[in-house]
Write a protein that binds this ligand. Structure first.
Ligand code: ATP
Length: 229
């Protein structure tokens, strides 16, 4: 079995005293493509935000997020930022492509921030089918093309952990399928772990493992509904 990449231990999060996540524990491994499903409001985005460092867990005893064996709570802000920048890729609405940069500049950003050679940005744009569009700006793209840029940027620095929040949310089924095939191909090529929050059973079926988040915690499920909701 591959090594643990991300461990959640007794992870809890409350807002204004109202618990959203309570004592969640799960281990995510390198090379896994995992879907997280569950009812609206159950805390799926909250979970990704905690791992992404956009929010902090409750300071309860033992509530921890461990990446590559390193508890995040033990790192100062700079060290946590460096680790996330080097080891994670994000496909979140809030991390949308930057409007004043060209597509190539957008995709090159994680390479620049990590002091890596920028040549791979053009390769990555090619890989997502936008090879000839590097000098275009985001406003010239369709929703599906924009999402391809977001995926290229999330994967360009070969992160170990990819976090995706509804990456195909507003896309038509064919475009969504293409995006997910691309995401799957890229993470399998690099051995990354990808965690994708989705309401789509079709999207979830393209992953290796479906986790159901509920008030009772996280459970692996093989149940997939026959119809898209
Ligand atoms: N910053 C915040 N302040 C207060 N409450 C919050 C905050 N962020 C999330 N919540 C609450 O936490 C709960 C879980 O929200 P979250 O967005 O994680 O759910 P979700 O499972 O992703 O839902 P959906 O499927 O509808 O996107 C909701 O009740 C939400 O109102």
């Amino acid at each position: 079995m591959s090594t643990p990449l991300l461990e959640l231990r007794n992870l809890s999060k409350s807002y204004n005293g109202r618990p959203v996540l309570a004592n969640l524990s799960w281990t995510f491994r390198a090379g896994e493509f995992v879907a997280i499903m569950g009812d609206s409001g159950v805390g799926k985005s909250t979970l990704l935000n905690l791992v992404a460092g956009l929010d902090t867990p409750d300071a309860a005893d033992g509530s921890s997020i461990i990446i590559d064996g390193v508890p995040m709570a033990g790192l100062d802000d700079d060290a946590a930022t460096r680790l996330r920048r080097a080891r994670m890729g994000f496909i979140f609405q809030a991390f949308h492509v930057l409007p004043h940069l060209t597509l190539l500049q957008n995709v090159a950003l994680p390479l620049l921030l990590n002091g890596l050679p920028v040549a791979r940005a053009a390769e990555m744009l090619d890989a997502v089918g936008l090879g000839g569009r590097g000098n275009d700006f985001p406003h010239q793209l369709s929703g599906g093309e924009m999402q391809r840029v977001a995926i290229a940027r999330a994967l360009v620095h070969r992160p170990a952990l990819v976090l995706a929040d509804e990456p195909t949310g507003n896309l038509d089924p064919d475009t969504a399928q293409g995006i997910l095939e691309l995401l799957r191909r890229e993470i399998k090529a690099t051995g990354a772990c990808a965690i994708m929050v989705t309401h789509s059973h079709i999207a979830a079926e393209m992953t290796d493992k479906i986790l159901q988040l509920s008030k009772c915690g996280i459970q692996e499920t093989t149940f997939v509904q026959p119809f898209e909701q």
